[in-house]
Design a protein around this ligand. Structure first.
Ligand SMILES: NC(=O)c1ccc[n+]([C@@H]2O[C@H](COP(=O)([O-])OP(=O)(O)OC[C@H]3O[C@@H](n4cnc5c(N)ncnc54)[C@H](OP(=O)(O)O)[C@@H]3O)[C@@H](O)[C@H]2O)c1
Length: 321
């Protein structure tokens, strides 16, 4: 039954296929000390949540069930908990939460979320946290790209890839992106210097020379991922956000796999780049949050590209900002 203090939340009560996602009526959370209550304008879809829902990421994330999905959140602060000085009611925020973005309201620790970009509608900002932070950490912390280097972004058509291409370009690197026809135009607009259609061309043939860095964003099997190694020059680096890519003994290519973490300073840096017009949000579509299970099925069938924004019932995606 709906009451004034209740809300809808997209939750899983057990691991399984997309049918385990339920839209439950639950009590609205109450912010504790150091927390804010946010009215959600949007969350966004991240494919890792498919693995989370299926129970494949249990070794990385210990979930308490029932668990509310949605790591990304953009919204408006509607209540502040004790001791919070940095937020007031009505502030627009964006952030990565550990649970709960796929709901009408979510509680966030005040210090872990940041003011939303001023130049895009609030709901669009939900595209930024997980994908943007993963790209930021791949480009700046793992690969440490510098101007003049050549980087290959493998799997650039996804949410992370769109940000990685733009950040790599911003460092002054030359960016080669793998993409099929459906994503090629977008990636050119986002700044890729060369597109390799992975459905039609072999990467070995497409590259004139090995790259300084390769960012792998495709969940390849380890053998396929290992085949990426010869594309990197000796002394270069292969960074994988998906599977580990072991380098054979004596290989002159460094390989690393990483799991992105929340970093509010980096997220604020991304917001600044959005407001400066350096980073654009590649939003492939908007869907009602009620269609989350269907979106999971589409992602599992490989039908999702870019970022999809999910809007709770009763919220308008293009609400004035
Ligand atoms: N390590 C971490 O902390 C972390 C964080 C976030 C995400 N991830 C993982 O990183 C991966 C990318 O995330 P995402 O959000 O960008 O995923 P995504 O949006 O699901 O990426 C989908 C894109 O992958 C491309 N793709 C599929 N197969 C490909 C292939 N064989 N070669 C090249 N491109 C291919 C497709 O591009 P086209 O449209 O061009 O066909 C598609 O648009 C996911 O596996 C995700 O789970 C890891």
């Amino acid at each position: 039954m709906r009451t004034e203090r209740s809300m809808r939340a997209a939750r899983i009560h057990r691991y399984g296929d997309a049918s385990v996602i339920r839209h439950d009526e639950v009590p609205r959370p109450v912010p504790g000390d150091g927390e804010v209550l946010v009215e959600v304008a949007a969350t966004s879809f991240n494919p890792s949540e498919v693995g989370l829902r299926a129970g494949l990421l249990r070794s990385l994330f210990a979930l308490e069930l029932p668990y509310t999905l949605g790591w990304d959140v953009a919204g408006t602060v509607v209540e502040v908990g004790g001791g919070v000085r940095t937020w007031t009611v009505g502030d627009r925020m964006v952030g990565r939460v550990d649970t709960g973005g796929a709901a009408d309201y979510v509680v966030a620790a005040a210090g872990t979320v940041v003011p939303a970009p001023r130049t895009v509608p609030l709901a669009h900002a939900a595209a930024l946290p997980v994908a943007g932070l993963t790209a930021w950490q791949a480009v700046y912390e793992q690969a440490r790209l510098t101007s003049g280097q050549r980087v290959l972004v493998n799997g650039a058509g996804g949410g992370v890839g769109g940000f990685a291409v733009q950040l790599a370009r911003y460092t002054g690197a030359t960016v080669i992106a793998t993409a099929s026809r459906r994503s090629a135009g977008t990636l050119r607009r986002l700044g890729a210097d060369q597109i390799v259609d992975y459905t039609a061309t072999s990467l070995v043939e497409a590259l004139d020379e090995p790259v300084d860095a390769l960012l792998n964003l495709v969940p390849l099997d380890p053998r396929q991922a290992g085949a990426l190694l010869p594309l990197v020059r000796p002394g270069g680096i292969l960074v994988s956000a998906t599977v580990p890519v072991p380098a054979p003994a004596g290989s002159a290519v460094r390989t690393t796999r990483f799991v992105a973490r929340n970093d509010p300073d980096q997220l604020a840096g991304l917001v600044e780049l959005v407001d400066a017009g350096v980073v654009r949000l590649d939003i492939a579509g908007f869907r009602p949050l009620a269609e989350l299970a269907e979106l999971h099925r589409e992602a599992e069938a490989g039908r999702i590209r870019g970022k999809t924004i999910l809007i709770p019932a009763g919220v308008t995606a293009d609400a004035p900002h």
